[in-house]
Design a protein around this ligand. Structure first.
Ligand code: FAD
Ligand code: DHB
Length: 392
């Protein structure tokens, strides 16, 4: 089989890139390891930067997003019983939109299916080869039959655990990473959000966050130990933790049935390059952020917007944007990495530090930092600018 662009992975990055290429008349095939049902069932991120919304809108894929997305003009930062609002609209004239990644993936896939796009689910043993030559090939198996897909370019949109990054020639890639001594326990609950804007809270017991998915569904997170098991966290213990960490005078957190709960580790990770020959990485395949700044999905969309444009320009005879894709995407990504790490360190408690005095010093410094960040117009504007999204 022959196509122009072989896309590996049908997450938000791969599906979105397919639409950018498809609308420009560039043939593509998407190879996805998991089943269609699995792809549609994954509950992950929830906040879209204004630039991400604009990308989806520019492709005319925003009907549901406009109807059901919840636009937010700021966030609340909370510490020591104080809840302070950071007003993005006022500070930088920008907003974010809460719209679940699962809903976005559903929209992108529904449109592909309406258009009859070539998407192969349950593709096993996907293996790119010849990426440094003129005729890269992606081998894969489907229903026990081996296939070969020839293309001009291969795009690795296959997430952190994908096959594309390990397919780079040995020695051509360095990785930079750090792990964190915390994880997030996330729940979905059938209850109206108890807040207008998202709440990010520092509490002596650990970080907590109140987000949402709709006017009837809340999404909440708790900092837990990285080794924590979901079995140790009964619904009652989760609600108690959320009530304690999110509580302020005169406010109550409404509770409802928990419909989903899971624990996600936290990691920062970046590759030294997103390109080798005719293979390009986008999204989690090339970088991971801890979730505290809501940047994972947005970074994937930023990469795809840059690479999509570069592939269109290459088709029109200009190779330069494709040649500089990796440098441009990584320059933006390192700014996002810094922001995500900064938000994470400001809001999480280092319970693992053995010395109580050192632990207390660290915590008091974080409180000082939050006093500054929520008290200074300059600091709030910087946070707002980055949270609402850097340009791409
Ligand atoms: P993915 O969504 O990972 O998609 C990659 C796709 O490639 C998958 O469908 C996978 O099945 C497929 N694939 C993998 N290997 C192969 C292969 N060998 N062959 C073919 N296909 C393959 N971000 C936030 O901002 N906030 C959050 O709260 C948040 N929560 C998260 C929770 C979890 C559990 C995880 C894993 C991530 C979370 N993220 C969050 C990050 C965010 O969801 C990701 O940044 C986003 O999904 C990246 O999109 P992607 O398309 O690059 O990768
Ligand atoms: C959500 C996830 C995040 O990582 C974040 O910073 C804000 C909101 C969410 O799932 O709604």
């Amino acid at each position: 089989m022959q196509t122009s662009v072989a896309i590996i992975g049908a997450g938000p990055a791969g599906l979105l890139l397919g639409h950018i290429l498809g609308q420009a008349g560039i043939p593509f095939v998407i190879l996805e390891r998991s089943s269609r049902e699995h792809v549609l069932s994954r509950i992950r991120a929830g906040v879209l930067e204004q630039g991400s919304v604009d990308v989806v809108a520019s492709l005319g894929l925003d009907a549901n997003l406009r109807e059901r997305g919840l636009e937010h003009g700021g966030i609340h930062l909370q510490y020591e019983g104080k809840r302070r609002h950071v007003d993005f609209r006022e500070l930088v004239g920008r907003t974010v939109t809460v719209y679940g990644q699962q809903a976005l993936v559903t929209d992108l896939l529904a449109e592909h299916e309406r258009l009859g796009s070539a998407i192969v689910f349950d593709a096993s043993d996907v293996s790119p080869r010849g990426i440094d030559g003129a005729d890269p090939v992606v081998g894969y198996s489907k229903d026990g039959i081996r296939h070969e897909l020839h293309s001009d370019f291969v795009v690795g949109a296959d997430g952190y655990h994908g096959i594309c990054r390990p397919s780079f020639p040995s020695g051509s890639l360095e990785t930079y990473e750090r792990s964190y001594p915390f994880a997030w326990l996330g729940i979905l609950a059938d209850v109206a959000p108890s807040t207008d804007d998202l709440i990010y809270a520092l509490h002596p017991d650990g970080f907590a966050m109140h987000s949402m998915r709709s006017r009837r569904v809340s999404r909440l997170y708790l900092q837990v130990n990285p080794g924590a098991s979901i079995d140790d966290w009964s619904d009652e213990r989760i609600w108690d933790g959320l009530q304690t960490r999110l509580g302020v005078d005169g406010w109550t957190l409404e509770q409802g049935p928990i419909t989903e709960k899971s624990i996600t580790p936290m990691r920062s990770f970046v590759t030294s390059t997103l390109a080798s020959g005719r293979l390009f990485l986008v999204g989690d395949a090339g970088h991971i952020v801890p979730p505290t700044g809501a940047k994972g999905l947005n970074s994937a969309i930023a990469d795809v917007a840059l690479l999509g444009r570069a592939l269109l320009e290459q088709r029109a005879g200009d190779d330069a944007p494709l040649a500089s894709y990796s440098d441009r995407a990584l320059a933006r990504q390192w700014q996002v990495q810094h922001f995500s790490q900064w938000m994470t360190e400001m809001l999480h408690v280092h319970h693992e530090v053995p010395d109580a005095a050192a632990r207390a010093f660290r915590y008091r410094s974080q409180v000082g930092q939050l006093e500054y960040v929520t008290g200074s117009q300059h600091a709030m504007a910087s946070l707002a600018e980055q949270y609402a999204g850097l340009p791409f």
